[in-house]
Design a protein around this ligand. Structure first.
Ligand SMILES: NC(=O)c1ccc[n+]([C@@H]2O[C@H](COP(=O)([O-])OP(=O)(O)OC[C@H]3O[C@@H](n4cnc5c(N)ncnc54)[C@H](O)[C@@H]3O)[C@@H](O)[C@H]2O)c1
Length: 338
């Protein structure tokens, strides 16, 4: 096995990681996953038969977790893709600042330090477009727009980004940061606390949708497209991506909540929609996102639309593929915010 074919994914049992791990194995990579299995590990079952798959259960905040996870008879990974985090505003809010910081900021530092010490050349970090917060002038936000995090989750993502960018020119390991839009679609670890998936589930199972912040603009991207973007970041020449930040998504994914509801009503017209004028004071996002940089520099295009995602989730529910979609394991916190 060659080093350039070995990738280590932290948080690889999660929604993004389990999809990515399967895709990398399919494309001929060897994959090590390090995950503490906060939401279980069934998502990795189909990876287990691959001889080129290696799993280690470990908390990546621990100072030697990555070093001990690299198998002695396997080469140093070409890249570390750091996904392990308490993902989402409700999950961070429910554990509080100290714990959220430990999982989302300190762990990033510890994983990066070990990647550097191991001689890993590339470190891909999944940040979030929630870092932009609210737009003041209504123009699409670009990677250059000053960040204005509105939630504890976004604060932890910004802090991790700042740490990683401070390593450019100091460390040999090259950080590359992606800020994906909100993901939708299914993966081996389905999540129903992501707005598109959650709306489809509620409209399907309760025939009701409660909407707040109805005119707010959000941005969405299909999980398969996001994974495709991450893999582009793995393949591009190192010097092209060192210290770069890319939004992942497509202009068509910029939608108001009302537009999203319209798409859902096209497929589930019997849904009763009602509106509430409340905010949760934490995850305010009202922006249009520019995806010019990833399109022009990395040649990224999205294959899936939000409507494709709605159809996919609805089909899985109608066909009973997910027996208990309301089960807490499909959510990162009980406190769910749409
Ligand atoms: N889902 C989205 O819409 C979205 C959008 C933008 C960015 N992201 C980011 O992408 C990454 C992955 O998100 P996801 O949706 O797959 O989340 P997820 O919650 O489904 O998966 C996270 C995984 O990380 C693991 N984990 C968490 N802390 C750990 C630790 N200390 N040690 C070991 N394992 C740990 C969990 O067990 C879980 O398997 C996160 O960093 C998230 O912030 C997600």
């Amino acid at each position: 096995m060659k080093a350039e074919h070995h990738v280590l994914i932290t948080g690889g049992a999660g929604y993004v990681g389990s999809f990515l791990a399967g895709e990398l194995l399919r494309q001929g990579y060897s994959v090590t996953v390090v995950d503490d299995l906060l939401y279980g590990g069934e998502s990795l079952m189909s990876c287990l038969p691959h001889a080129s798959f290696h799993f280690v259960k470990s908390d990546v905040w621990e100072s030697r977790a990555i070093r001990t996870a690299v198998r002695g008879d396997w080469p140093t990974p070409q890249a570390v893709i750091h996904l392990a985090a308490l993902a989402g505003f409700p999950a961070c809010q429910s554990v509080g600042r100290l714990v959220a910081w430990r999982y989302n900021v300190e762990a990033t530092q510890h994983v990066f330090e070990q990647a550097e010490a191991l001689g890993v050349e590339r470190f891909i970090y999944l940040s979030s477009y929630s870092n932009y917060g609210l737009s003041t002038d209504g123009k699409p936000v670009t990677e250059e727009t000053p960040l204005d995090p509105q939630s504890l989750y976004a604060e932890t993502k910004v802090a991790s980004e700042q740490y990683l960018l401070s390593q450019v020119g100091v460390s040999r390991c090259a950080p590359l940061i992606f800020r994906p839009a909100t993901l939708y679609g299914l993966s081996p670890r389905p999540r129903f606390d992501l707005i598109v998936n959650q709306f489809v589930l509620e409209a399907f199972s309760r025939r009701k949708l409660m909407i707040y912040q109805r005119g707010y603009l959000r941005s969405f991207v299909h999980i398969a497209d996001a994974v495709h973007g991450i893999i582009l970041g793995l393949r591009l020449p190192l010097e092209k991506v060192r210290g770069q930040v890319y939004n992942i998504g497509a202009p068509e994914g910029n939608l108001t909540k009302d537009q999203l509801v319209e798409l859902i009503l096209k497929r589930l017209p019997e849904t009763f929609v009602y509106y509430k004028d409340i905010t949760f004071g934490g995850d305010m996002r009202d922006i249009t996102v520019s995806f010019n940089k990833i399109q022009h520099e990395l040649g990224f295009t999205a294959k899936y639309s939000v409507d494709d995602g709605i159809r996919e989730v609805l089909r899985a529910l109608q066909d009973g593929l997910i027996r208990e979609p309301g089960d807490p394991r499909y959510r990162n916190a009980r406190f769910i915010v749409q």
